[in-house]
Design a protein around this ligand. Structure first.
Ligand code: GDP
Length: 189
């Protein structure tokens, strides 16, 4: 995926040309909050999640000559209680569906999350399947090939990441944003 003209901007106060929403989804404990805090603040949280977590984070991105504000939503632990409603998905142009490569069950549940995404989300939503915790590949229960094959069969993007070691995290978000930009700019032609 080409994203050479997509990069992050430090100032969050600049006016943006447009704003879009993307959501994080997947089983509890796969690393969604840490991927988001790594991306939005450049940090990894060693502590456990606060009871009521941050529901979304912003990041300004330069795409070509336009300033885009990405609003990324996190489930803030609600997936544990299956309390995610259609309003979580409403208006989202992108979705990051995360599993833990060391926990097979979280990969098996991807199908269920995908069904839910397709039921509630926009039909042309950009979906990226993410196998997180790449730093723990010695205890891997899901091969990279399995993840990639599944994503290919479903027509969605795929990437493995480590929120802990900051591997592929920026790339994941920037590639998704670049894909969304491609789709939205096509529509406005
Ligand atoms: P969430 O419930 O999906 O939001 O998951 P969290 O972001 O709260 O992470 C769950 C646990 O996995 C925490 O103990 C994190 O420290 C840990 N974790 C998250 N990402 C990684 C990673 O890339 N590598 C490793 N080794 N641990 C991770």
């Amino acid at each position: 995926m080409k994203n050479s003209s997509v990069f992050m901007v430090d100032s969050v106060d600049e006016d943006c040309d447009y704003l879009f929403k993307a959501v994080l989804i997947g089983d509890s404990g796969v690393g969604k909050s840490n991927l988001l805090s790594r991306f939005s603040k450049g940090e990894f949280r060693l502590d456990s999640k606060p009871t009521i977590g941050v529901e979304f984070a912003y990041r300004n991105i330069k795409v070509g000559d336009r300033l885009v504000k990405a609003q990324i939503w996190d489930t803030a632990g609600q997936e544990r209680f299956r309390a995610i409603t259609s309003s979580y998905y409403r208006g989202a142009l992108g979705s990051i569906l995360v599993y833990d490569i060391t926990r097979r069950k979280s990969f098996e549940n991807v199908e269920k999350w995908l069904r839910e995404l397709r039921e509630y989300g926009n039909s042309d939503m950009v979906i990226v399947l993410v196998g997180n915790k790449l730093d723990l590949s010695h205890s891997r229960e899901v091969t990279e090939e399995e993840g990639r094959n599944f994503a290919e069969a479903e027509g969605i993007c795929f990437m493995e990441t480590s929120a802990l070691e900051n591997v592929n995290v920026d790339r994941l978000f920037l590639d998704m944003i670049s894909k969304i930009h491609e789709i939205t700019s096509h529509k406005s032609l």
